[in-house]
Design a protein. Structure first.
Length: 390
């Protein structure tokens, strides 16, 4: 039985947009047996955040012709289950798709969307002249104060979301009147999916939620003169996402009848700024976790944001789970870069820094993959050969 597990990116590795990469189908023929059962604990770790885990599992099953369960999917927002201290707060949520259902599924009980906020404060949305309102809503005074902001993924109308999120931050959650002074630190912000770009059917990468975050950070800085502060950054390359994915690998191994711990993780991705950097960050975390203990491993996390997220914002139950995984979990996370997505060797320029702001500066070597291969089939062949698995 396998002593290793796989963490697979989706966009640029398995599909481009809705088109399945042909090598992926051949790769999955090797990952499952004649009955369609996985031979290797396999978890799909995507930075997508605008769909439910079950919906993504169903989509993967249709694409690959293999039964994928909800438990095998880690969305960028999946670790938000750990942030129980925000679940009872009134949260403003941003993104597209069924984000209210997603939020409720993660444990958030009181949420308002950008569209809901706009309907309560119609004068705030003034960029689109066709939608601009001239009369306030009579219900403004009854709108409950926003206590936190949760950013699931890129919205459709960026100008509206950017304006209203900053309005909420500058009024301490109640944008019916200008504050006498800009509150700082501002309300908590939990942001998922830091991908600046992602690969769809087009010949060039498309803007991702990371591009929206760049706009939000810089607009807030320009307007207030202060840096926007994330309470937590979730999704690759954050260590907490890989910690959550590792626990999913161990659970999947048990479902497959594998009773020994999975000791090595192989993370296959197409983006050096998220997939490769994140896997290498987590590998360093595992080194420290193995040598010392959980609390010291937190201090070795790759960024101020990661340390804050891992240490102060995780619930007690989440920290207990992390410590349990550390006691019998993986000892290494090995990064594998494929060339079917965002990464383009001919266009790659080391002077262009696409890493999320709060993960800078990047230490030398952390964006270098352990292995480079053409596609996911070559990656699976390489891993099987290294592991002596057939």
């Amino acid at each position: 039985m396998a002593h290793f597990g796989l963490l697979l990116d989706i966009d640029g590795v398995i599909v481009r947009g809705r088109k399945v990469i042909s090598h992926a189908l051949k790769a999955f023929q090797k990952l499952v047996d004649s009955k369609g059962k996985f031979r290797v604990p396999t978890i799909f770790v995507t930075n997508a955040g605008n769909s439910r885990r079950q919906d993504k599992a169903d989509q993967l099953s249709q694409w690959l012709g293999v039964k994928i369960t909800e438990q095998q999917v880690v969305m960028s927002h999946s670790p938000l289950r750990m942030f129980q201290q925000f679940h009872d707060k009134h949260c403003l949520i941003s993104g597209q798709g069924p984000i209210v259902d997603i939020a409720h599924g993660l444990g958030f009980k009181k949420v308002s969307t950008i569209d809901h906020l706009r309907s309560q404060f119609p004068l705030l949305d003034a960029v689109d002249h066709k939608r601009r309102q001239t009369e306030p809503s009579p219900y403004e005074r009854y709108f409950p104060r926003v206590e936190a902001v949760v950013l699931f993924g890129e919205p459709v109308r960026w100008e509206t979301s950017l304006q209203l999120i900053i309005d909420v931050l500058m009024t301490n959650g109640l944008p019916c009147a200008a504050a006498s002074a800009i509150p700082y630190p501002h309300l908590p912000i939990l942001a998922c999916n830091m991908d600046l770009q992602w690969m769809a059917e087009a010949c060039l990468p498309r803007f991702g939620h990371g591009a929206f975050l760049v706009c939000l950070e810089n607009l807030y800085k320009k307007v207030t003169g202060k840096d926007m502060i994330y309470t937590a950054l979730i999704g690759k390359p954050s260590e907490i996402t890989y910690l959550h994915a590792e626990s999913c690998v161990q659970e999947e191994a048990l479902r497959l009848g594998i009773t020994h711990p999975v000791r090595r993780l192989f993370a296959i991705g197409d983006n050096i700024n998220t997939d490769i950097y994140g896997a290498n960050l987590y590998n360093r975390y595992l080194d420290r976790r193995r040598e010392d203990d959980f609390s010291k491993a937190i201090l070795a996390a790759g960024s101020n944001s990661a340390r804050q997220t891992l240490n102060s914002t995780m619930s007690k139950d989440a920290r207990t789970t992390a410590e349990m995984v550390g006691n019998c979990g993986a000892v290494s996370c090995i990064s594998v870069l494929v060339h079917t997505g965002v990464y383009n060797e001919d266009l790659h320029d080391d002077t262009c820094e696409h890493t999320p702001r709060d993960f800078l500066p990047v230490e030398v070597g952390l964006k270098e993959p352990a292995f480079r291969v053409d596609n996911i089939l070559s990656a699976v062949d390489l891993i099987f050969e290294r592991e002596g698995f057939s």
